[in-house]
Design a binder for this molecule. Structure first.
Ligand SMILES: NC(=O)c1ccc[n+]([C@@H]2O[C@H](COP(=O)([O-])OP(=O)(O)OC[C@H]3O[C@@H](n4cnc5c(N)ncnc54)[C@H](OP(=O)(O)O)[C@@H]3O)[C@@H](O)[C@H]2O)c1
Length: 339
């Protein structure tokens, strides 16, 4: 039997700034037969998420850093090509924690089986019906706790998480304002997703003035995907008893020692009795079936729209990943490895 070769992109060094091909080079390694209880997936889709940049560093985080020498960690969807488990047969499709690699070996117990004939594109399970959709669902409803008539402001609003946050907030009867990095993204938010207003932060000038103009009644929920100066400006516009759901700070991920919000702005927490709460989607892992069911219902009913940015080819993975940080991704970013 021929030995399969696994192409991997692995962490050779912890990046300073944007990761380079020296930090994340390629290698070809032999693929060993699965041990008892394991299966081998031939990856079809690899999810690219901003969080991966955090795992490349060694700052304290919610999961262990990627070890030097390991394949870069990602969620993957793949087809079983070898199985040493009674639970999976060759040809089955499953989602797993895997890596930037052609094949992922994983314990069968850690896989989520997917039905490729359900009528839902498989890649949705990495996005709108997967981690990013669930982040929007639980982060907004459980941490942001929006009420009808309130104003919800969301940053990185045209992205995988932000676009779903805004649509769920609309379904809760809120006024929804998005912040995004281009006129095209802002037009999509307003015209396709039903946002009430959208701010292009690259052209709006003074962030605080732009938020005040778009949110004449102030901000009751700020869903923060970016941190930095946009968070600073949003804090200045909060109403009494506002909630800030801290989902991510993408503007800081490639900057060592990025400054946080100033003490002057954090005083808003006292002045307006504001709650600021960080979360990770894994906090809600026991409720994922509920979240997926609700998101799937909205999707089937046409109440939830999503955009995917699918790039073919494992060898494009590093430059594709970097698009998350220049804003050139249009929705949920995935690499596809065609069969
Ligand atoms: N807490 C959790 O469990 C959890 C789970 C998933 C994701 N997240 C976080 O959610 C956020 C969004 O993730 P995503 O997967 O949905 O990615 P995404 O929004 O689809 O893509 C990232 C977007 O961030 C924006 N961005 C990049 N650099 C920026 C900067 N310096 N300032 C302002 N905006 C910037 C860009 O959009 P523009 O064109 O608008 O600049 C880019 O398209 C990230 O912070 C991520 O870490 C958290």
């Amino acid at each position: 039997m021929t030995t399969l070769i696994n192409r991997q992109y692995y962490l050779a060094a912890r990046p300073a700034g944007l990761p380079t091909s020296t930090d994340v080079p390629a290698r070809d390694v032999p693929l060993f037969a699965p041990r008892p209880g394991e299966v081998i997936l031939r990856n079809l889709y690899i999810s690219l998420d901003p969080a991966i940049r955090g795992w490349m560093g060694d700052d304290p985080n919610y999961i262990e850093p990627i070890a030097i020498g390991d394949a870069v960690r990602s969620s993957v969807i793949g087809r079983v090509v070898q199985s040493n488990s009674p639970d999976f047969a060759v040809g089955d499709v499953a989602m797993s924690l895997g890596g930037w690699e052609a094949y992922t070996t994983a314990p069968a117990a850690a896989l989520n089986r997917l039905d490729e004939n359900s009528g839902i594109p498989l890649s949705c399970f990495l996005g709108v019906l997967g981690p990013t959709g669930l982040t929007a669902y639980f982060g907004l409803l459980e941490v942001g706790r929006p009420k009808a008539g309130e104003t919800v402001l969301v940053s990185a609003a045209a992205g995988a998480v932000g676009s779903i946050v805004g649509q769920i907030a609309k379904m809760q009867g809120c006024r929804v304002v998005g912040i995004a990095g281009s006129d095209d993204k802002c037009a999509w938010l307003r015209e396709e997703l039903g946002f009430d207003a959208a701010i292009n932060y690259r052209s709006c000038g003074d962030y605080e003035a732009a938020i005040r103009a778009a949110c004449p009644d102030g901000v009751d929920v700020y869903f923060d995907n970016v941190g930095g100066d946009i968070l600073e400006a949003a804090l200045a516009c909060l109403n009494k008893f506002a909630r800030v759901a801290v989902c991510g700070w993408i503007s800081t991920y490639n900057i060592a020692d990025a400054p946080g919000p100033s003490a002057r702005r954090l005083w808003q927490l006292v002045a307006n009795s504001v709650t600021i709460q960080g979360f990770v989607v894994l906090d809600y892992i026991d409720r994922f079936p509920e979240g997926i069911n609700q998101l799937a219902q909205w999707l089937m009913a046409g109440q939830l729209k999503y955009r995917e940015d699918v790039v073919d080819g494992l060898d494009n993975i590093l430059p594709t990943f970097l698009r998350l940080f220049d804003g050139s991704n249009q929705g949920k970013l995935v690499v596809r490895i065609p069969e």
